[in-house]
Design a binder for this molecule. Sequence first.
Ligand SMILES: NC(=O)c1ccc[n+]([C@@H]2O[C@H](COP(=O)([O-])OP(=O)(O)OC[C@H]3O[C@@H](n4cnc5c(N)ncnc54)[C@H](O)[C@@H]3O)[C@@H](O)[C@H]2O)c1
Ligand SMILES: O=P(O)(O)OC[C@@H](O)[C@@H](O)[C@H](O)[C@H](O)CO
Length: 383
Amino acid sequence: MKAVHFGAGNIGRGFVGLLLHEAGYEVVFADVNAELIDALAAADSYTVHLVGETEETRVVDGFRAINSATDEAALIAEIATADVVTTAVGPRILRFVAPVIAAGLAARPDDAPRLAVMACENAIGATDLLAAEIADGLPDDAAREAIAAKAVFANTAVDRIVPAQDPASGIDVTVETFSEWVVDRTPFAGGEPAIPGAHFVDDLAPYIERKLFTVNTGHATVAYTGFLQGATTISEAIAIPAVREAAEAALAETSAALTAKHGLDPEELAAYRAKILDRFSNPYLVDEVTRVGREPLRKLGRNERFIGPASDFVQYVGRTPDALLAAVGAALRFDVPDDSQSVELRRILEEADPDEVVTEVMGVAAGEPLFAPLVEMVRAAQV
Ligand SMILES: NC(=O)c1ccc[n+]([C@@H]2O[C@H](COP(=O)([O-])OP(=O)(O)OC[C@H]3O[C@@H](n4cnc5c(N)ncnc54)[C@H](O)[C@@H]3O)[C@@H](O)[C@H]2O)c1
Ligand SMILES: O=P(O)(O)OC[C@@H](O)[C@@H](O)[C@H](O)[C@H](O)CO
């Protein structure tokens, strides 16, 4: 069995690549980072260090590595003969990997088993987005039908905290011990790929929303409020009482929305929240607030970790999500010169009208219940 995985970065090596390897796949990493690809190609194996209250190591070997910026022909040939394609490149990058996946699918024999395609990104419907990018790049409906017949696209939710790595550790990766990979079973119609580390479910929506609107809402709240308090890492930030309170309050709102919308059990959600806050406190992980807060414009989007649960809270709980609004206020103050979206956010806040920021950045229209309070948050961040 062979899997082609796009994005040999933190989660690519520390989670998706590891699970595919443990499932018995020969993993072919594809990445545009030449230094990383050269290091992977020159190595026989890399080690994943799982750190927390217990420590373990796992070795990944038998992989290959292809530079997707310079060796497209080799990558197309690999996709044409693979069983699985996964990505962990970031949602904004999916459009750039779509054409080569389309070419690999086109090169697949008509009688080959359908290729399982799963985008492992922090976004609702990331695989749908990838499938749409692939379809948009094709010349006509006949080409779209031919490609659709050769692939099965399944959405997923992936959860494991993998910080930026110390360059001194080379291609080895340090990760937390916790991990969860949930995949929508329905597109496979009974023929899901054999990945023992993945959990196939009939309805992904509650899982992805529970993950994104708890782990990632909490993480981002800790990152943005911690940044404002001068914290450098997530474990440092969550040790500050005001930061922890901000995260607990935001997650109380997201849990209430999840219960009202999906019927999730409040006690189970309380235990899930407690476990997640413990994961953020992991003293063995050095995870910087700048990584967790990266790309604030993406994180302030309509279906993302703040506005998504805030609008569900208004719709299903019927109240104003004050704690989520406060977290949005902190996100609007994220000022990191190395983060191009933070720089762009600062420019937008200097130049744009608050109404425009709410409609354009957050996707909330005038007249929606969240519009006025969000405009107030933007206005306050502009002074
Ligand atoms: N790190 C985590 O804790 C974590 C956990 C769950 C999900 N995720 C999600 O996984 C994705 C990747 O996150 P990460 O933390 O591993 O980031 P990362 O920056 O460590 O890795 C991304 C990799 O993608 C590569 N890349 C960029 N453009 C590419 C292209 N056109 N073709 C091929 N490769 C390309 C980069 O060179 C990099 O190696 C994101 O969507 C993130 O939200 C991350
Ligand atoms: O990857 P992002 O930028 O969407 O979010 C940053 C972190 O919250 C994220 O990478 C978490 O570490 C991860 O989602 C944990 O499963």
